[in-house]
Design a protein around this ligand. Structure first.
Ligand SMILES: [Zn+2]
Length: 493
């Protein structure tokens, strides 16, 4: 081997070593650089992950996501605090804002549920108004798509309603049915004593009443108030006149009025299986009391008020805007089962206060209250003096407790005038002075007159006499044999 060849070989080895060293240095530099970049990035990450426009919606939702994830971890290992420590004040604010927005959304959903509940009983105006008066952080209801959609849906349903459900041409075709206190204990009412026959004629049992309501509900009947049948219109000259009320219901529905007479729970009925008075239940709603066999007082569904309330609660579409029925009350044995006619009664003061409260609770629950005269007199044959004295007594002893009413239900269905035209006598003038403008008689089929300053209608009895003696009169409502209580005696008059 010559020296040249040796030199060449040494040169090559030197160069190779230098390249390796340079490469090693470069790799080292690269590693150091990467580490430094990683550390810097990490620092940046922990100090401000959402720098920039932190009020933007995306940031809010990412903060929300963090918050909810944290929430999931919270209970397990306390990571929540750890992460919360890492959230900036701005971010905590964003989370709170998000929570507030979610709360508002929840409130809007609840509002829609409330509106739907109103619409179920055909109060579309109330439902739509409820939604439209909403004010959120972003402004009126129109800013919220869920509310706008709900209003549109309700408006559409409302536009499909028909006057009287399309079932009647005029308000005068609407049925008004009536009852007396229901027989709660058949064995006591129909025990063969001297009162049995009267109960068989004029009363309806709880089982019959429930079947009637079920059948009428299935056939599309909907409870309305007397006050819904008319509307007061103020004319240009300032006078107010009555016109036909406008009741809008879905196609096929049939408005009707229900009333109960003599809601006084007279003393003679006490041992015959009837409720004894109306009280306010634990839920603040009116219910009934009755005397049990052992003499104790029990509370429950012993008459129309709590029974119909429960039925409407289960079927809100059986009631137009929460309407229930009309209770007609006399005065000679007090009011609603309280002996408020007797100032000598040891419980007089507390009974007076209780009647006021019960009457208020009834009205808030959708019931209307009316006069059935003080002494249950025949107002066709009563002289004006007798009529006036009776009316004054009712106003003083009953009207003063239950509050103003425009409704007068004639005892025995005996009208102040027998005319089918307009009232003209002094009894009517006196009725007007006392505030009575709606008068109810009795007839086998619907009949109504609406005059400028009053309305007058008849009611159909759904009692034992109607079922046993005139079942054909009820055939448009139901087949009596499906309704009649097997425990009711046969016709015995
Ligand atoms: Zn009566």
């Amino acid at each position: 081997m010559d020296t040249n060849e040796n030199d060449n070989h040494r040169n090559k080895r030197g160069k190779k070593t230098v390249i390796i060293i340079v490469c090693e240095i470069l790799i080292l530099l690269l590693l150091i650089g990467s580490y430094r970049i990683y550390v810097l990035w990490k620092e940046k990450q922990t100090s401000s992950p959402n720098s920039g426009n932190s009020t933007s919606q995306e940031d809010k939702s990412s903060a929300q996501e963090n918050a909810s994830q944290n929430g999931e971890n919270e209970s397990s290992d306390g990571k929540q605090e750890e992460v919360e420590d890492e959230l900036s004040a701005e971010e905590i604010e964003a989370v709170k804002e998000q929570e507030r927005l979610m709360q508002e959304e929840k409130e809007r959903q609840e509002l829609i549920n409330q509106a739907d509940q109103l619409a179920l009983s055909y109060d579309y105006e109330g439902a739509i108004e409820l939604l439209k008066k909403y004010q959120g952080t972003e402004g009126s209801y129109e800013k919220y798509t869920t509310l706008v959609a709900a209003v549109e849906r309700l408006e559409k349903e409302k536009s499909e309603l028909l006057l009287y459900g399309g079932s009647y041409q005029s308000v005068s075709e609407i049925n008004h049915i009536f009852f007396h206190a229901l027989v709660a204990d058949n064995s006591k009412a129909f025990d063969g004593d001297r009162m049995s026959r009267g109960y068989n004629m004029y009363m309806t049992t709880i089982s019959e009443f429930k079947k009637m309501m079920q059948k009428m509900y299935e056939d599309g009947y909907v409870l309305v108030r007397m006050a819904d049948l008319v509307k007061k219109v103020t004319k240009e000259d300032g006078t107010t006149i009555y016109e036909e009320g406008e009741i809008y219901l879905p196609a096929g529905k049939k408005p009707f009025v229900l009333s109960e007479d003599d809601v006084n729970y007279y003393e003679y009925m006490e041992t015959d299986g009837f409720a004894t008075r109306i009280v306010i239940g634990e839920d603040g709603k009116p219910t009934c009391e009755m005397r049990a066999d052992d003499g104790s007082i029990i509370t429950g569904d012993f008459d129309i008020v709590p029974i119909l309330d429960a039925f409407v609660e289960e079927h809100p579409d059986f009631s137009y805007k929460g309407a229930k029925g009309l209770l007609a009350i006399t005065g000679y044995e007090g009011t609603l089962g309280y002996r408020t006619n007797d100032p000598e009664s040891p419980t007089y003061e507390q009974d007076v206060e209780q009647v006021k409260k019960v009457a208020q609770a009834l009205k808030e629950d959708g019931w209307e209250l009316g006069s059935h005269s003080w002494g249950h007199l025949n107002m066709t044959t009563a002289s004006f003096e007798v009529f006036k004295k009776d009316t004054d007594k009712w106003m003083a002893e009953v009207g003063s407790l239950i509050g103003p009413t425009e409704i007068y239900v004639f005892p025995f269905g005996a009208d102040i005038e027998v005319t089918t035209g307009s009232y003209s006598g002094e009894k009517f003038q006196y009725m007007k002075e006392c505030g009575f403008t709606m008068f109810c008689g009795v007839y086998k089929s619907p009949w109504m007159y609406i005059k400028d300053d009053y309305m007058r209608m008849t009611r159909r009895p759904l009692d034992g006499q109607a079922m046993l003696e005139f079942p054909e009169r009820l055939s448009d409502l139901f087949d009596v044999k499906d309704i009649i209580d097997p425990e009711r005696p046969a016709k015995d008059w």
